[in-house]
Write a protein that binds this ligand. Sequence first.
Ligand code: C2E
Ligand code: CA
Ligand code: CA
Length: 529
Amino acid sequence: MTKKHRRAIGFVAVLLITATFAALAGTAFFLHVSSQNKERLAELNRQLLHRSEMAIDYAVISLVEAMELGATGCGVESRAEIRRLVFQRSSVKDVHVFGDDGAIQCSAHPDARELGLAPASIGPGEPASNRHVALHALDFEKGRQVGVSWRLPSGAGLLASLNIDALFFDILPPALRDRGEAKLMLGDGGTVVARYAPPQPGWEASKDSMAMGAASARYPLQTVLRIDNAPLQSWNMEAQPVVAAVGGGFGMIFALMLLRALRRTPDPVHEIDAALAAGEFQPYLQPIFSIDDKRIVGCEVLTRWIRQDGTVVTPDRFISLLEENGRIVPMTRAVMRKTLKALRPLISRNAAFKVAFNVTPADLLSADFAAEMTELVTQAGVDTHSVVLELTERQQIPDLGDAARKVASLRSLGFKVALDDTGTGHNGLSYIQTLGADTIKIDKIFVDAIGQNIAGSAIIEMLVSLAAALSMNTVAEGIETEEQRAALRACGVDEGQGYLVSRPLPIEEFISLVARGNAAIVPNKAIAA
Ligand code: C2E
Ligand code: CA
Ligand code: CA
């Protein structure tokens, strides 16, 4: 993927995350405000009911007061008392006296009947929780009013007519006033006794509206609010775009931080490729010496990854990573080229000198491996006889037959092949014969066992005699002491390798070590191994 592609993907990802956050913040705000709006409407409903109950409470108090003062008839004093009460209570429009048959006998207003503001009679009405009190729908020419009656045991009593419409006037908030109605209804029948609706004639709430009701516990009263959904959905939503924008802003910050974090996480393949391009994989050379006199007869190339900051990474940390990501072949080639170029003068002076490279099964089985090796070695101006290819037994070889053919073709071209880490894998000894190599490398674990248990020496002796039987020679690895060297020599091992002579060294140091004279010993030189 090119840098341009990565940038474009990053840009799209930031956009998507920003939009998602904005949408989530906007939706969360909408849901929150919607639920708050519902609560506000429920509160308006409670207020409306409460106002209506209060108006009726005042009417009841007025009627009780009148009766306590004996104003229950149509006499002059009684009517004067009733008029005073009407005057005192603004919501009480009029008070009428009715007989036990329900017929209205007189009203506080002297011309009420003539003006069409007093009913001729009343029925039982809708009973309240107080058994003396009932509510009535009073129909006049000019509209409907609520009547509150107090009935004495005789059946006669007083009736107050109320104007409740006024209580509704400002109940709806301005944003909803044009698109909603409030109603007060009587009893179970739902007779509407008061209503607020927008002033447009014939206004009806749309079907797409929300209704909410509340009922009184004391009076046979219900209130209903019905609001069109359209204004309801935008009610108190002014801040929604701002909230969405802020959500989007947070989303963008989050997305950018995420991208930065992702960019910072090193991508191992990317790192390896950069290291290959920068030539950070460096050959370190460890002498291989004659077991008899420690004369240096060759070397093994052990790769180190020298990072730009100078840190030295050992092969156990990167070889398998390179293999898993298909980069082992180019790395092996690069290290070989560099080594052979640097060692060419040394090899040309000493035709018997051998340079050993580690190759993995992936290297060996790669197409045209033998031809490529030949080309590489020839280009470096080195003879194939000077190059040893070490094939480890630690890694499974997927196709042993193919590997044996590759080994045979390499040997026919002049290369030497060594079996590395012999006896540590799971192949058994027949594998040595099947592959048909030149050299057996005896692993450090057997060298370490010398002097500690009999088995260690016995295995070495067995490998040496097997090598002799197959016309192979032996190299023992990991020799650290003179005692080990003496024991290996006694076993008949040909060559050795180990810190006893030197750790793996950078090429120049290795060359000067050889130049200082064969078998020069550099014990425990402080070089990263
Ligand atoms: P190996 O091929 O068995 O190499 C011998 C290892 O033993 C090296 O470890 C070497 O530094 C270490 N060694 C040598 N003498 C002594 C000694 O006296 N004492 C102790 N304690 N250690 C000693 P190193 O360099 O860490 O390499 C580890 C393995 O990584 C190698 O084991 C080899 O399998 C692999 N390797 C190294 N370079 C390459 C490479 O360029 N290509 C491939 N495919 N594998 C490599
Ligand atoms: Ca090796
Ligand atoms: Ca080995």
